[in-house]
Design a protein around this ligand. Sequence first.
Ligand SMILES: *[C@@H]1O[C@H](CO)[C@@H](O)[C@H](O)[C@H]1NC(C)=O
Ligand SMILES: *[C@@H]1O[C@H](CO)[C@@H](O)[C@H](O)[C@H]1NC(C)=O
Ligand SMILES: *[C@@H]1O[C@H](CO)[C@@H](O)[C@H](O)[C@H]1NC(C)=O
Ligand SMILES: *[C@@H]1O[C@H](CO)[C@@H](O)[C@H](O)[C@H]1NC(C)=O
Ligand SMILES: *[C@@H]1O[C@H](CO)[C@@H](O)[C@H](O)[C@H]1NC(C)=O
Ligand SMILES: *[C@@H]1O[C@H](CO)[C@@H](O)[C@H](O)[C@H]1NC(C)=O
Ligand SMILES: *[C@@H]1O[C@H](CO)[C@@H](O)[C@H](O)[C@H]1NC(C)=O
Ligand SMILES: *[C@@H]1O[C@H](CO)[C@@H](O)[C@H](O)[C@H]1NC(C)=O
Ligand SMILES: *[C@@H]1O[C@H](CO)[C@@H](O)[C@H](O)[C@H]1NC(C)=O
Length: 827
Amino acid sequence: MFLSFLFFILILNTSSSATIILQGNNTLQSPNNTFQLGFFNFFPGPGPGPPKFYLAIRRTSLPYPNTVWVANRLHPSASQTASSLKLTATGQLLLTHFNTTLWTAAAATTTNLTLRLLESGNLVLLTSDGGVSWQSFDSPSDTWLPGMNLTRFNSLVSWRTDTDPSPGLYSLRLKPSFYGEFELVFNDTVSYWSTGNWSNGIFANVPEMTVPYIYAFHFAAPFSPAATFGFSERVIATGFGAPTMFRVEPFGQVKQYSWNSQSGSWEHFWSKPESPCQVRGLCGGFGVCTGETSKLCECVSGFKPLDNHGWGSGEYSQGCHRVEAGCDTGDGFKDLGAVKFGFGNVSLVKGKSRSSCERECLGDCGCVGLSFDEQSGLCKNFYGSLSDFQNLTADGESGILYVRVPGGGSGKKGFDWKVLSGVVIGSVAVLGVVVVTLLVMVKRRGGRKGLEEEDGFVPVLNLRVFSYKELQLATRGFSEKIGHGGFGTVFQGELSDASIVAVKRLERPGSGEKEFRAEVSTIGNIQHVNLVRLRGFCSENSHRLLVYEYMQNGALSVYLRKEGPSLSWDVRFRVAVGTAKGIAYLHEECRCCIIHCDIKPENILLDADFTAKVSDFGLAKLIGRDFSRVLATMRGTWGYVAPEWISGVAITTKADVYSYGMTMLELIGGRRNVETLPSASGGGEGGTESGGKWFFPPWAAQQIVDGNVGEVIDKRLGDVYNVEEARRVALVAVWCIQDDEAMRPTMGMVVKMLEGLVDVSVPPPPQLLQALVTGDSFHGVKANSGNGVSTGGSLSDGNLEVSTADTESYTGNVFSPLDVNVNVSVR
Ligand SMILES: *[C@@H]1O[C@H](CO)[C@@H](O)[C@H](O)[C@H]1NC(C)=O
Ligand SMILES: *[C@@H]1O[C@H](CO)[C@@H](O)[C@H](O)[C@H]1NC(C)=O
Ligand SMILES: *[C@@H]1O[C@H](CO)[C@@H](O)[C@H](O)[C@H]1NC(C)=O
Ligand SMILES: *[C@@H]1O[C@H](CO)[C@@H](O)[C@H](O)[C@H]1NC(C)=O
Ligand SMILES: *[C@@H]1O[C@H](CO)[C@@H](O)[C@H](O)[C@H]1NC(C)=O
Ligand SMILES: *[C@@H]1O[C@H](CO)[C@@H](O)[C@H](O)[C@H]1NC(C)=O
Ligand SMILES: *[C@@H]1O[C@H](CO)[C@@H](O)[C@H](O)[C@H]1NC(C)=O
Ligand SMILES: *[C@@H]1O[C@H](CO)[C@@H](O)[C@H](O)[C@H]1NC(C)=O
Ligand SMILES: *[C@@H]1O[C@H](CO)[C@@H](O)[C@H](O)[C@H]1NC(C)=O
């Protein structure tokens, strides 16, 4: 019935027994119309040369990049009307343009095959008994979809450019004859990034994989020729099921896309290498990567693109050549700064000075540049083509690179700031500080209410404006670092009036002066006893600093270490209630309704009286929230991020509630939720995963649900705690970390529950956390329900033993919707 789009304009006489499946502008749809197969042209408008049509599968209703598979990558068809896809009686798929066969697949001898496009985007030839005779998932293009397996037979090969699906220079493949890791390779030879070995359910260089909220990865038979790697979506309680894919970009990065239906755009969930400038051979010889999406590459000055047309359409790999061909003894040298570069052919020559090296180089027409090391007195003369310029790193070619350029002496040519800045931009991205293409995940909400504009500036009330110099003085040149967060570094300082302050220097300010003032004024007007007060700020040139009141007793995280100081129960309970009140105020009472987005012990500060004060609120708004920050959080302390956040739906205040719940488990347990286990020790009995991680919440939640709150409470407290209060905090914590945000209480309700104004019933154990520990992507203690003592771990003296990596696989029904309501009654 899916072949009902047959359209007979032309009766072709190639093979009378072939069934025409598609012709001209017909399409074959997947059952729910998610994907369609048809003949598409990817070049918008009239392109160069004849039109090019490709048999391709694309997402029906989503924007670029929506093409997930292309059949005839090398042999496009010149017209749509004359293109047809046929299924021969012998089970072969034929793509023809008039009488010319452009592509074939599946020379099966099976007859009676049916062609279907599945909802997964897989095009399959089914035998009459339902078996798969051929499938497009076995010969992917550049896109890896859920359900598609990567093996040694199918690598992903990039498109040449955004509009040209012919095979590009970059591919992602299973490492040949090793089969234990994937690598990105340039021109089928040079590997420039790899996932690292598969071990403990993740790839060594992809720690993000430990976040198994959404995707389940499976790697069958790693390190063997039968290795098969795939992923599938986990449908979690929040109803996640957003379209997703991994794609090898024309510029050599591999990116994971996730569709955000709220913003109506693709989000880059993850990409490697982090910067396009780390991609091998991207700009070709004598090309410099700028890292700017609009024009990724530039030629070293004195050079021009070899392939002008390609350079114009985003294909830079041909690189640059000298403006004036040949060489001349009158050539000069251009200082490119200390850069690292790949390729080339080096000859080491002993020289006395740079000028003697230059003479040496000028004497050989093949010499393209040099560097000179004063200390060893060695000239390095380079031959061939230099490429992949990058800012110097420790393992690079040392010294300043001088590139041979036409005409003029070295004195005439100045420092090429443009090129150098490109190099610097590249290096910044290399460090992973800025991934330009990461999209802002949650749209910044409109702020600055009720403020008048005046001289182009928004006045800031109640706040002192500091000069940069003043703060530099107060912090003694930013010498006393007291903390470091996702937004910047915090320094202790002393103002001229002798008051102690904490000065936060924001990294990568996301907004201009005016926006900064507007947001700061919003934050500055929020005052609550459980929120850290902003005293002032500085906004000078590119400097953006915030000045806060100083908190004597530091962050809550200080008290969550086994060896560190402990807090009495009384203080802990006050911290629980105070933190809840602070967040509740942000959510419910202040005019602007702020979602904090980063509740964790590091952001809960304690003043001289051990009153809890939430810090860093409103900063997400100030900086612009993006995925890089989520990833940063996930890398370190991913346990605080609510599942719906990662799944790409717009977050609500309930995301903070989740993080608060996680923080409360740490508070009552007097420990961190994720602990790296000492590799050798760890008890011995029961398999300790060496170098593994232990995740506290699933176990703790199960204990709490089972009524064993005492097991979870910090052993350092002994018996000295209020059992009833502890029970309430524990139950509230588990309510807060429910998978379904609708089941989590509001912060206002949390306060009422903690204060005993409403009864707290026993929550169901969070299913997602359970799945985490039984899932195949994470190892931890198995917390079996109904079993007082978990099978894999037990708590003794603050040491937890860990189960062996269990192989029990996750099954979908764990996430079946729960219809449990928060059972509260007002006394
Ligand atoms: C498809 O092609 C037919 C014949 O060439 C034409 O009449 C029709 O308008 C086309 N449909 C679309 C949607 O372009
Ligand atoms: C198509 O959509 C319907 C309704 O949303 C859903 O019940 C059904 O499972 C979907 N079919 C497939 C094959 O995904
Ligand atoms: C296609 O092939 C048939 C015979 O096999 C021939 O008569 C016809 O001219 C061919 N058409 C084209 C456009 O080449
Ligand atoms: C092909 O399928 C049809 C109906 O689906 C069936 O009647 C016929 O016997 C099949 N032929 C073979 C060779 O399997
Ligand atoms: C991918 O591999 C899994 C497990 O090895 C298997 O169950 C599944 O059928 C494979 N998918 C495809 C499309 O071959
Ligand atoms: C890719 O490799 C081939 C042969 O190995 C070589 O001829 C070609 O120049 C290389 N392409 C680039 C862009 O380096
Ligand atoms: C991966 O494993 C192989 C063999 O076990 C080993 O030789 C190699 O060094 C490992 N690579 C890394 C990056 O750990
Ligand atoms: C390297 O350069 C030297 C000197 O020009 C030349 O003799 C040699 O063949 C080059 N080697 C390669 C691999 O290009
Ligand atoms: C290279 O990067 C480092 C920081 O990684 C920076 O300090 C240095 O100035 C840069 N050098 C050049 C020449 O860009």
